[in-house]
Design a protein around this ligand. Structure first.
Ligand SMILES: C[S@@+](CC[C@H](N)C(=O)[O-])C[C@H]1O[C@@H](n2cnc3c(N)ncnc32)[C@H](O)[C@@H]1O
Length: 305
């Protein structure tokens, strides 16, 4: 069952995503207050990386050196800059919040990085980037902002060259069943794994400082592991690797981490685009895009590059 069967019209899905981007825009300067100075200092050391061994292992297996890499919903680009440090060639980060894109440019400057940052909504990548990347990356805390995972994945797939790889490193969707909390905090079993109701975040998005502010609402969505895997398959991709880990990679479920329940806490998923690419007509399409020209009908209003 998809979200539109139960909860939301197409128009509502678009307006929820636009509202979410306003909430991300609002929190961008708050995140910057907690992180940016430290990151600027850290990136001035050419040996600095914040990628963990899992991410580095997968990127090396994908032979990232000399590859053109995109990161979708890249936030402030800190991971992308580290990927460039593994030898990647052209690195482009896409995010829908101008505030984060600006932070990315500032970090790249401090790091001596050539990475570029583009502000755009994730269902409306500028056509000049379609089919131009060997590796597309999605990391921690992205998929749950997408009301329709199939449409999102179809959009992301457009960025890949024939034979390119889509690498997802995310927290495991089973975590959404539980209320996040501090280490040793209570474990509150909140939702069914299969729950499809949109989840309204009222307390804001400052998952770094936990600051209280007059937060704009943000709405997130649960997708099961099967739905995530099948969304790539439906976009014409082949599953190359899928691994689950007991390792906690989010900034929120410390209560589950300390309880050591044996849950899968994160996963890596690598898809491969066919080479040669199948005809575009076989890819899923929806009202988010003009069916003839891949020209977005709806753009988040912010500048490019
Ligand atoms: C949790 S953050 C990703 C964090 C990143 N993995 C990191 O560790 O720095 C999610 C990002 O997705 C972006 N985002 C959310 N919905 C989006 C959309 N519909 N289009 C483009 N960007 C979006 C937000 O602006 C935010 O920067």
């Amino acid at each position: 069952m998809s979200w539109k069967d139960v909860v939301m019209s197409d128009k509502d899905a678009k307006s929820v995503m636009a509202q979410n981007l306003e909430a991300w825009e609002q929190v961008a300067p708050i995140h910057a207050r907690h992180n940016q100075d430290n990151l600027l200092k850290a990136f001035s050391d050419p040996g600095f990386t914040l990628l963990d061994d899992v991410a580095i292992g997968v990127l090396k297996a994908l032979e990232v050196a000399d590859k053109d890499v995109a990161q979708v919903c890249c936030n402030n680009g800190r991971e992308l800059i580290c990927i460039e440090r593994l030898g990647a060639a052209n690195c482009v980060g896409f995010d829908g919040a101008e505030g984060f894109v600006e932070q990315g440019r500032e970090l790249a400057n401090a790091a001596g990085s050539q990475a570029r940052f583009v502000c755009c909504e994730a269902h409306a990548f500028p056509p000049e980037y379609h089919g131009t990347f060997d590796i597309v990356l999605i990391t921690i805390g992205v998929l749950s902002w997408m009301p329709d995972i199939d449409r999102f994945m179809a959009s992301v797939t457009r960025l890949l060259r024939p034979g390119g790889a889509l690498f997802i490193y995310e927290h495991h969707p089973i975590l959404f069943m539980f209320e996040p909390g501090p280490p040793k905090g209570p474990i509150v079993w909140e939702l069914s794994y299969f729950d499809k109701s949109p989840y309204l975040e009222k307390d804001g998005l400052d998952y770094y400082g936990g600051e209280s502010y007059d937060a704009k609402p943000a709405t997130s969505f649960s997708h099961t592991m099967a739905e995530i895997i099948m969304s790539g398959v439906k976009s014409g991709l082949r599953v190359e690797d899928f691994t689950e880990y007991p390792t906690h990679i989010s900034n929120t479920w410390y209560n589950l981490e300390s309880a050591e329940l044996g849950l899968p806490m994160s996963y890596t998923l690598v898809f491969r685009a066919p080479d040669p690419a199948p005809p575009l007509v076989s890819r899923p399409r929806g009202p988010y895009l003009d069916a003839n020209a891949n020209i977005p009908l709806w753009r988040h209003t912010c500048s490019k590059v």
